[in-house]
Design a protein around this ligand. Structure first.
Ligand code: GLC
Length: 472
């Protein structure tokens, strides 16, 4: 049975420190494609943590949260850059030094391409909220160091640099897509996570009596970000028509094409791609730049967090239905569509053979995306699509030994350099099954309005207890 096998994999992947469980290895493959897959990655642990919370075993999640909090800001000084205290590592490992176990974080200084993980602190806050929703452990949130930690994260993520938009400017590969893929600038996934971060910080700080000025800053930025993403990232037929007929080089305050997007930048593949019912949030928006590629994680998180409107959520799900073979194919779900090939691949990836067209980040299919897909489909009332996707995954994933990703236009091949026994592939599968059974688990994600109180979401606790009984 797939589900038991998935639980076994999670159990095997647990990382212990001084006998305490505090995370999971990214993969249990005995020959992983790179040795940092034995480390505990912050973003990879998120779906695993959701499983532990649903199961009613929050201790490992608490240990993880406090461990990562203590590791924050501990990057060695790099070429004169002092590490901000709000920066959290991409991963950490347990190492033996002089017979003693020590924790060694990686902020990207060891990672391929030296990428800084902008998403880590954002996933950490997301998980903190989910943990509180499941446990009501407010003692942890009121802890002095944790309060300081949230403020340091905000110092870093709210600090003014050179931007004049509410979105966050980041380097290439600073999130799940952690290699060069032409995703620098204002990638959608980061903006969706940023929205959840601002919302969560506001919610947690409000409940622990933070100063009005900080709460108001968070409120203003969250609203501005939401309005900006909904306006500038959303594309449907009407919006495409607007861009197609845009006037350019407009100067002044009251102009339509404020980012100076040239209609000539609409790629050929967009012709006929959207019908009248579908739409999506584009991958990136910047001055003179729209990345029209469809990035699954950003779109799905935008639905889950409530950053996309209800109509947009329906439009995105209609797009999945319309282009099921391309966006889901044989294994849910395609990470990005379409793949870049030829000159474009060379230019965007720097000639990265792991990111060849229809492989890995460049159009590969990632089983872990099943949990945001099922959550988003449920949210949008598309139980049918959630079911269809989950059936596809169930038919293959255990037989294929839980690959990290699949290759091919429709995801028909196990990824050429994919690890097997990838922990978040198994965790994503369990979380998706759980959401199918108990839609209340969507409370873990949804950032509804500023009036949304945690109390409403605490229904989850009872659901957690029921679910725990199921597995005892
Ligand atoms: C790859 C993925 C990244 C993931 C890591 C560990 O680098 O791109 O998103 O966190 O593997 O699984």
């Amino acid at each position: 049975m797939s589900i038991e096998n998935a639980y076994d994999l999670l159990q095997r992947s647990i990382v212990y420190f001084h006998g305490e469980p505090l995370g999971t290895a990214a993969s249990c493959d005995t020959a992983p494609s790179s040795n940092n897959y034995q480390e505990c990655f912050v973003r990879d642990f998120v779906p695993v943590a959701l499983v532990f919370l649903i199961q009613g075993s929050p201790a490992i999640v608490r240990n993880f949260l406090t461990t990562v909090m203590k590791l924050r800001g501990r990057r060695p000084i790099l070429e004169a850059h002092v590490c901000s205290s709000g920066l959290m590592p991409a991963s950490f490992r347990v190492q033996i030094d002089n017979g003693e176990e020590v924790l060694v974080p990686d902020f990207g200084e060891r990672a391929i391409g030296r990428v800084v993980p902008v998403d880590s602190a954002m996933w950490w806050l997301f998980l903190l909220r989910a943990y509180v929703i499941a446990t009501e452990d407010w003692e942890l949130v009121t802890d002095k160091e944790l309060q300081a930690c949230i403020r340091q994260i905000l110092d870093l993520y709210l600090s003014d640099r050179f931007e004049c938009t509410p979105t966050l400017l980041v380097p290439d590969g600073s999130f799940m897509i952690d290699r060069r893929m032409g995703v620098y600038g204002y990638p959608l996934e980061i903006q969706a996570l940023y929205y959840s971060t601002l919302f969560t910080a506001h919610e947690l700080l409000q409940h622990t009596g933070a100063e009005e000025s900080l709460l108001s800053t968070l409120e203003i930025r969250t609203e501005a970000l939401r309005a900006y993403v909904q306006h500038h990232y959303w594309i449907d037929r009407d919006r495409l028509n607007e861009i197609y007929r845009y006037k350019t080089e407009q100067y002044g305050l009251n102009v339509a094409n404020i980012l100076n997007i040239y209609p000539e930048s609409i790629p050929d593949w967009m012709d006929g791609w959207l019908d009248l019912r579908s739409g999506y949030l584009v991958g990136n928006q910047g001055p003179g730049q729209v990345d029209f590629r469809f990035f699954a994680q950003g779109n799905l998180l935008a639905i889950l967090f409530g950053l996309a409107t209800e109509e947009e959520a329906s439009g995105i799900m209609n797009l999945y239905e319309l282009h099921w073979d391309e966006l889901i194919g044989e294994i849910p779900a395609k990470i990005c569509y379409p793949a870049a090939s030829g000159e474009q691949w060379l230019f965007l990836t720097g000639g990265d053979p792991k990111n060849m067209a229809w492989s890995y980040h460049n159009g590969g299919n990632w089983p872990v995306l099943i949990w945001p897909f099922v959550g988003a489909a449920k949210y949008a009332g598309r139980q049918d699509l959630a079911q269809r996707a989950l059936e596809l995954l169930t038919a293959r994933i255990e037989h294929d030994n839980w690959p990290e990703y699949y290759d091919g236009k429709q995801g028909g091949l196990i990824g050429r350099r994919a690890n097997l026994y990838q922990t978040w592939s198994a965790a994503g599968f369990i979380v998706a099954q759980e959401i199918m059974r108990s839609p209340e688990y969507c409370n873990f994600f949804e950032c509804v309005t500023f009036k949304h109180s945690l109390k409403d979401a605490l229904k989850i606790k009872h659901a957690t207890e029921n679910s725990r009984n199921k597995y005892e």
